[in-house]
Design a protein around this ligand. Sequence first.
Ligand code: BG6
Length: 480
Amino acid sequence: MTTQPADAFVFFGATGDLAAKKILPALLSLVRRGRLAVPIVGVAKEDWDRARFLGHARDALERQGALDEAAFQRLASLVGYIGGDYRDRATFEALRAALGAAQRPLYYLAIPPSMFEPVLAGLSAAGCTAGARVVVEKPFGRDLASARELGARLAPIFPEAAVFRIDHYLGKEPVQNIFYTRFANAIFEPIWNRDHIAAVQITMAEEFGVEGRGAFYEEAGAVRDVLQNHLLAMVAHLAMDPPSGSSVEALRDEATRLLRAVRPLDPADAVRGQFRGYREERGVAPDSRVETFVAVRLFIDSWRWAGVPFLIRAGKRLPVTSTTVTVDFKRPPRETFGEAVPVSSNHLRLRLSPEVLIALGVRVKVPSERMEGKDVELVVCQNEGDALAPYERLIGDALAGDQTLFGTQARVEEQWRIVEPLLRAGTPPALYEPGSWGPPAAGALVPPGTSWHDPRASERERCGPDRAQAGDAGPGANTP
Ligand code: BG6
């Protein structure tokens, strides 16, 4: 694998949504930090000239609140634009000319999967692939078979070391924090197993809907959009064994090994939902059966995790926007003080958004003559400070040739294998009301006597400067 930095950055889909919202702000920030100074070429089907593209880029950055005039001038001096059809040879000949003497271009495919084939064919035919790397957006394929096909299509053109399968959750600071917290402290490992952990919950709730992305969402649904990638990435970080050694492969191999042990999801352990009103969204079929909510109970067949349910739910138009992981520890074998203690009294709560915090739920005595207690949390809030945004970090890594935070073909295939039974089952989604927690049937997935944790119970938490505190906050009032 070449570790020399890329000497040109080319993004296909340069006028699209992803480019406007994520790629252009990331490029601007990389330029601002002095980490990007190579030629940049935007490619898209709009027949624009460079000035018009720059105007569009400027507006997009302004809309994102990301415009920094000085950095934009530097970015603009690096940017070229090619407008043309992805099936037209001339588009790629123009690209070949624009790349000039570049030896190691990085291609970013910010385009629908249906366009991958013509772009790969165009790059090959124009002789643009030698020494190049490619970044492929998620979802990588639509299912296991198409992921394999895509892998096989890429392999003769780009060796595995040149393929960067992006899942922006892997570039998120708080997702890395899960992994860091586990392995930078010795106290968690002895209790991080079925003897001490009763269940693990992950809630990725979004208050908003599909926001004009109806046509994209119709092709995806919650399983392909976030469960197969972002949420399984979190499961891997939460459940994997400590990596041996510090090579790039060490971390990626351990994550893949964990995913290999995850049982394919049983449709009986899943609930799919669709919010009322989704079918009226632009680009959505009036009889759509696409899910905007999914909840699953997942099991890992290993000694560490045998019998421990991983309860995962994600959805649009839920009551709040928040991503939270809660690890519920088992209660002592008997309640020494005869109290009725909530089963999730002892827990570790990792809140990824909107604030980043880590909270340890413990039981403490209430000052009185009686041996009576209450649940409190020891809370550490963490400001992200000047942390790199996920796309900035990942594009920077891809430019540098560092694959640590990118998926391997093996990993992506494992992730598809896990969700494949849900995709096949095609059970119609149950309707749920916008602003609710999805179909009530999801409540039956959690172990008897427990419930899903409601991230809203922690909404009063607002992180100031990094701090630790103790408070009465619990893992949240439970939701059905
Ligand atoms: C994207 C999905 O990958 O992740 C979106 O396509 C989702 O549907 C988004 O809203 C969530 O990402 P973040 O970084 O806002 O949590």
